[in-house]
Write a protein of this length. Structure first.
Length: 225
């Protein structure tokens, strides 16, 4: 209980501070970001962890400042934020109740078990689809029984395409805005192909692998780090 209260209070405080000072932080990145890559990465991490503004906007600013190399900073910040959020949810006193909720409904329980069995592939592909809110993926994975190592690796790998796109968009808007249309079209085709391949693969896995029923009132046995 104490951990949950501390988590909620600290999160509200950080969100409030970011809401007040995020314009100043972005202005600093624009004017002085090149002077400290580490501090820019830290800002990217905090603004991804607590998205008071859409993270693609943060990525666009960093991309405009650093060019294509900014993709590394954007990716590092987003990956670190997702890992931190995962750990906060899993070890912040919410995992036991969240897992029981996932197992309370038969349809959700079957989907969760299937997700856990194919966690690496599922997380990697889901991360490549930027329209899916990152916070939903982070929370769902943390409340499930996915191992931390698998989550960290697959989540970070899956973020590479979208984070690179954000950086290139920011850079392209400054250098050659007309190229932006081609970039988005190519990425759209890429995501569509990946999505249909994944759907077909998931359908084959679902048909060949029976899903075990899970006791919804069983205590949490989630894997730890």
């Amino acid at each position: 209980m104490v951990r949950r209260i501390c988590f909620i209070i600290s999160s509200i405080l950080i969100i409030a501070l970011l809401w007040l000072y995020h314009p100043a932080l972005l202005t600093w990145v624009e004017t002085s970001g090149r002077e400290s890559v580490v501090l820019t990465t830290l800002i990217a991490t905090v603004m991804s962890l607590f998205p008071v503004i859409p993270y693609p906007l943060v990525g666009g600013v960093i991309g405009a400042v650093f060019g294509p190399a900014g993709a590394v900073i954007i990716w590092a910040g987003s990956s670190l934020a997702s890992i931190i959020f995962f750990l906060m949810v899993r070890y912040g006193g919410m995992h036991r109740y969240g897992e029981r909720l996932l197992r309370s409904y038969p349809a959700v329980s079957r989907l969760t078990v299937l997700f856990e069995r194919n966690a690496f592939m599922s997380l990697t592909v889901l991360r490549m689809i930027p329209v899916i809110p990152s916070i939903i993926i982070n929370a769902y994975a943390a409340l499930s029984r996915v191992k931390f190592g698998i989550y960290a690796l697959s989540s970070s790998l899956g973020k590479i395409p979208s984070m690179t796109l954000f950086a290139l968009i920011g850079h392209t808007i400054i250098q050659n805005p007309l190229e932006l249309v081609y970039m988005i079209a190519i990425y759209g085709v890429f995501i569509t192909v990946v999505y249909f391949i994944y759907r077909r693969w998931l359908k084959n896995v679902s048909a060949t692998a029976p899903v075990e029923e899970v006791d919804p009132v069983a205590d949490s046995t989630a894997e730890r780090i």
